[in-house]
Design a binder for this molecule. Sequence first.
Ligand SMILES: O=C(O)c1cc(C(=O)O)c2c(n1)C(=O)C(=O)c1cc(C(=O)O)[nH]c1-2
Length: 247
Amino acid sequence: MTATPLRVDGAAASGTAEFTERLRAVAAERYHDRHPFNLRMHRGELAPAELRRWIANRFHYQRHIPVKDALILAKLDRPELRRSWLRRIQDHDGTAEGEGGIERWLRLGEAAGLHRHELWDGSRVLPGVRLAVDGYVNFCRLHPALDAIAASLTELSAPGLMRTRIAAFERHYPWIDPDGLAYFRTRIDQGGRDGAEALALVLDLARTPEQQQRALAALEFKCEVLWSLLDAVDGAGAAGAAKEGRT
Ligand SMILES: O=C(O)c1cc(C(=O)O)c2c(n1)C(=O)C(=O)c1cc(C(=O)O)[nH]c1-2
């Protein structure tokens, strides 16, 4: 399949302010910060086994983010666009062994008592999480660049959630070494920058009402991916915790 070339010429699309409002509204109102599992996490109600389950399953999402970003990268036909998107892959993979977001997530796991091989081997990944992550990667593989970039706009809401999460972990889950929270601290700035860059690109690419509708639908789909992931983690419930042999 040939990627549709991107056209970024700086001219304003029609109804930009209203379109921006609508994107921000979807990213805010359908975001997973409202999911019952996240609400329980923030209130300090998760048992250690539930928090470990979330960390192990979210690792499955994290390790696929650079894969989906590589698929997006291949759709970008201009050096400046590829340069900026390549930085996302480097943020997650690092530029040397022992660096980057994936490494920081592994350290989060260790701070919570999970060995890194338990994250890499995928043995704790729930079927619904596997499907949600596959859905996101394949969406970015098969759809045009506009849709795939618009799907990343959930990051407009991510920095606020990172702040809430850091505060909740420090307050309610002191058994997790605070050094393990470095992933979330780093994502406040990275997520803010990535969200702003992706928004500028989407505004530039979505010129027609049809394209704007596609972008909004892509963002809604992504909200559903994040929501489904948490549904699966939440649904594993107390029975799952017993099976995992940890409470
Ligand atoms: O912990 C979270 O709640 C959360 C949410 C999101 C998001 O909104 O998609 C991302 C991340 N974290 C994240 O760490 C991350 O690297 C990331 C990349 C992307 C993306 O779609 O390109 N979303 C997110």
